[in-house]
Design a protein around this ligand. Structure first.
Ligand SMILES: Nc1ncnc2c1ncn2[C@@H]1O[C@H](COP(=O)(O)OP(=O)(O)O)[C@@H](O)[C@H]1O
Ligand SMILES: [Mg+2]
Length: 616
């Protein structure tokens, strides 16, 4: 692997000598419709101008709400709504999606890590998803190993990341791992949103030191930062200071970079805002540009300042140089991305393998089946054998009830599969924005992963119920029907999880649908008794097809086994199962269940594609 001088000097083999890229932005504005605003439109950014230069570390600062995150979202192409104005160029050109994906990285404010993976596996998982598919696993491994050294994560490389309940690595290590996720593609430009928030001063300083080294290796680094220590702040080269969406200063921070401007301190001093060197410079800048300072004036003063004129001149020179440089180096980027199935392969290999070893993941998926299997089997113990006696009508009713509970139970226990869709949402959004996989890949991965566990869960349930209740039908149909009904239940749970904005909403929606469905599933009301206005509902109730198929598996469709002494014919006839189902055939009802499975998964796919719960 190619190692450049700067990296060797820093004791790390990570990163090729890719160099950065010049990012220039002029009068960037952003507004979006907001009803509560006087003109029905909120202008979040109005005039953000400046540049990010290769080899430099730029701080974007401003009071809370100044528009820092909004600006970052715009620069990284993450905005999904609103109107963006102004110019934004990468090496003098508009960036394509491929350019952004290949050459830029965005470290968002909140960590999106998988608690079950170790630091090394998390980085390798991201490398597998994001890097060229043709690169060998060993090469990616080597790169991840070097990155671990670069980020100072060697001591915790094989420690599980953990989460709120299961302690794993420390906050600082998690933040560095989060930065590592962005670095696996060896990007030329790195944007970070408040990478030090929530960290103690020493850990913050360590993180900024990493950014400093990345900048020294030639990359373009830009980070929003909040209350850095003096020591950490000193490591930055330039400052873009925002107030209410306006630039109030852009230029050298400490006048050490050869900028024409003399730095932030002399600039503000000439405006009468004198900095006391015994205090924290970052705090001074935030206080003076906040509501306390003469903020309204600062934007006008900046527009008229010689510092701005100098910055523009310098930007023009840089732009010219970068365009000439490009003309001399024809860059041919060939980059093979994952297709839908290879991405699923990576997800299964890393995430499912880790989940298979995690009791917190396995238990909610297996325990309910064991528990309910035990309850149903012991409650209806031997009912199947007794039902063979033509005189024993109550045993026949019990078998029907046991089959009913076996059908509706998987739909209810599917609630256990729902949280992952909601809790993984920030990770899903981030990985999708990073171009790791498509919605289809993610959904297919979930279906395969959950399906795998569900095979065992339903097998346990069916072994218990079939043999203890002594059901007369086919075991294989019993299992298959239970499995598919459960899969429809899980797909429905996914639909609720993806539609609801949060866990509370999902937890409310799923039981409502399931309980309503229960009324029409068969046993609680015969078809004839359903009021005419509701007679359509059984046809759209998957549980009804499941129970009908289960009944037909155990009671012949045409038989002389009355359910009630006064009613001739079969139990299936008594409940009117011919109506509101696919008729008196196990296969047809099974087919209908498969149709519901596809339907709910299809709807989930549409919701995940078109409903964004996080608007940016
Ligand atoms: N989608 C949105 N709808 C309405 N207001 C928004 C939206 N996004 C951001 N804002 C507002 O824009 C301002 C800037 O937000 P942000 O960029 O997150 O600030 P910062 O990162 O500097 O704290 C805030 O007042 C915020 O409330
Ligand atoms: Mg922010």
């Amino acid at each position: 692997m190619a190692v450049d001088d700067a990296e060797t000097k820093n004791g790390s083999a990570w990163g090729k000598a890719t160099g950065g890229a010049l990012v220039t932005f002029e009068q960037v504005g952003y507004s979006l419709p907001v009803k509560s605003e006087p003109k029905g439109r909120k202008h979040i950014l109005q005039d953000v101008s400046g540049y990010f230069e290769p080899g430099t570390l730029t701080a974007v600062m401003g009071p809370s709400g100044a528009g820092k995150t909004t600006f970052l979202d715009i620069v990284t192409g993450r905005k999904t709504q609103g109107e963006i104005t102004g110019s934004l160029l990468f090496d003098g050109k508009k960036a394509t999606k491929t350019f952004l994906k290949k050459h830029t990285a965005y470290v968002e404010q909140f960590d999106t890590l998988l608690g079950v993976l170790t630091v090394r596996d998390m980085l390798l998982y991201q490398a597998q998803l994001k890097c060229d598919r043709r690169e060998s696993l060993q090469s990616k491994r080597d790169r991840v190993d070097a990155l671990i050294v670069e980020l100072g994560l060697s001591t915790c490389a094989d420690v599980v990341i953990g989460d709120n309940l299961n302690r794993g690595i420390s906050g600082g290590q998690a933040k560095r791992t989060n930065i590592g996720i962005a670095l696996v593609t060896e990007p030329r430009i790195i944007f970070l949103d408040e990478p030090t928030s929530g960290l103690d001063s020493q850990t913050s300083c360590d993180v900024v030191s990493i950014l400093r080294r990345l900048a020294d290796s030639g990359r373009t680094i830009m980070s929003t930062i909040h209350s850095p220590t003096s020591e950490a702040f000193r490591l930055f080269d330039r400052l873009l200071l925002l107030h209410k969406g306006h630039t109030v200063y852009f230029g050298a921070l400490h006048n050490k970079n050869g900028d024409a401007s003399g730095g932030a301190v002399p600039y503000f001093a000439q405006l009468g805002l004198v900095y006391d060197p015994s205090t924290n410079l970052a705090d001074f800048l935030i206080t003076e540009t906040g509501d306390k300072g003469e903020a309204a004036n600062l934007k006008g003063l900046w527009q008229d300042s010689s510092y701005l004129a100098d910055a523009k001149k310098h930007q023009e020179q840089l732009l010219l140089a970068s365009i000439q440089l490009q003309a001399n180096s024809a860059e041919a980027v060939t980059y093979l991305e994952h297709n839908m199935f290879s991405a699923v392969g990576v997800l299964l290999r890393f995430r499912s393998r880790a989940n298979c070893k995690c009791p917190d993941f396995i238990m909610p998926r297996i325990i309910p089946s064991v528990f309910f299997g035990f309850i149903v089997s012991t409650l209806y113990y031997g009912a199947g054998g007794k039902a063979e006696n033509p005189e024993n009508i109550s045993a026949r009713g019990n078998v029907a009830a046991a089959l009913f509970m076996s059908t509706v139970m998987p739909a209810f226990t599917a609630a256990g599969y729902m949280p992952s869709i909601v809790t993984e949402r920030p990770l899903f959004y981030r990985e999708q924005s990073d171009g790791c996989y498509t919605t289809g890949s993610y959904l297919l991965f979930k279906v395969i992963e959950e399906g795998f566990f569900h095979i065992f869960a339903s097998l346990i349930f069916c072994l218990m119920t079939f043999f203890l209740i002594q059901l007369p039908g086919s075991f294989w149909w019993h299992w298959l029907l239970n499995f598919v009904t459960g899969q429809v239940g899980i797909a429905l749970a996914y639909f609720c999880g993806s539609l609801a904005p949060n866990m509370d909403g999902a937890n409310t929606l799923l039981p409502i649908i399931n309980v309503i469905s229960m009324y029409f599933a068969g046993v609680l009301m015969t078809y004839d008794a359903i009021p005419d206005a509701w007679k359509w509902f059984p046809w759209v109730t998957f549980m009804r097809y499941g129970w009908t198929a289960n009944m037909l598996n155990n009671f012949p469709a045409e038989c002389e086994m009355p359910l009630l002494a006064a009613t001739p014919g079969c139990p299936t006839e008594y409940w009117g199962l011919k109506e509101g189902s696919s008729g008196l055939s196990v296969e047809n009802n099974f087919g209908a269940l498969c149709g519901f499975w596809a339907l709910w998964l299809g709807l989930t796919f549409l919701v995940m594609t078109f409903v964004r719960h996080v608007k940016r």
